[in-house]
Design a protein around this ligand. Structure first.
Ligand SMILES: N[C@@H](CCC(=O)N[C@@H](CS)C(=O)NCC(=O)O)C(=O)O
Length: 238
């Protein structure tokens, strides 16, 4: 029986590759949700009410007022959120064990590699006050390697896992938006390019990527915003 959602899911969010994963899934599911912006450049991720649901001071996070047993539940870490919503609504996360293992493999590949490594690449290329060739090369090469892995995987396949469109694709697509700033040339990765275009044709993907665009455009770009850089870079245990 399809699960219905009556009360909106709270999405604690800022428009970035990790945030887009969840806005895309919620748009695909067509369930009610309410965006609560967490402006990470202004330090809103350190507010006590946000830390109570996301102790790692990173968005995205959700609060589902209709969680297991009908009681509210909060979830942080984008991969865990994708899995929770996929299980709850029985969509984009196949129940068949072989398929689910494939989805988990590619979801973890994104969470552990095609996310953290691309993030470091972007940091050292764009934000680092000094250009450190060793760090820049290391993360550029790793990004290139990861795009190569994805390209091979997508050869002869429409989607990354389980022969269908899943949360694994949704986890990866946001990170592939930034290929230029990551120093990549998509012509080198034709299967990635075709897959990206295929996903971007989906209205829900377009809507998911647009959530909060105006909020973000109102802000100075992080590369020029020294105050935001102070908030985001060089964090230590508090
Ligand atoms: N592993 C986390 C990473 C989330 C993450 O890095 N979020 C960034 C924006 S993309 C953030 O909230 N940064 C705030 C900060 O650095 O304080 C996830 O996938 O949810």
């Amino acid at each position: 029986m399809p699960v219905t959602q009556t009360a909106p899911i709270e999405l604690h969010y800022w428009p970035t590759p990790n945030g887009w994963k969840i806005s895309i899934l919620l748009e695909e599911l067509g369930v009610p949700y309410e965006v609560k912006y967490v402006n990470i450049g202004k330090g809103e991720q350190f507010r006590p009410e946000f830390l109570a649901i996301a102790p790692n001071n990173r968005m995205p996070a959700i609060v589902d007022p209709e969680g297991p047993g009908g009681a509210p539940i909060s979830v942080f870490e984008s991969g865990a959120i994708l899995q929770y919503l996929g299980r709850k609504f029985g969509a984009f996360y196949p129940a068949d064990e072989r398929k689910r293992v494939e989805v988990d493999e590619w979801l973890m590949w994104q969470m552990g590699g095609f996310g953290p490594m691309l993030g470091q690449n972007h940091h050292f290329r764009i934000y680092a006050p000094e250009k450190i060739p060793y760090a820049m090369d290391r993360y550029l090469n790793e990004t290139h390697r990861l795009y190569g892995v994805l390209n091979k995987r997508l050869g002869g396949r429409a989607y990354v896992a389980a022969d269908e469109y899943t949360i694994a694709d949704m986890a990866i697509i946001g990170w592939a938006q930034g290929w230029k700033n990551q120093g990549m040339d998509l012509e080198e990765f034709p299967h990635v390019k075709a897959w990206k275009a295929r996903l971007e044709e989906r209205p829900a993907v377009q809507r998911g990527l647009a959530v909060g665009r105006e909020e973000r455009e109102r802000q100075a770009s992080l590369a020029d915003d020294k105050d935001a850089q102070k908030v985001l870079f060089g964090q230590r245990a508090r």
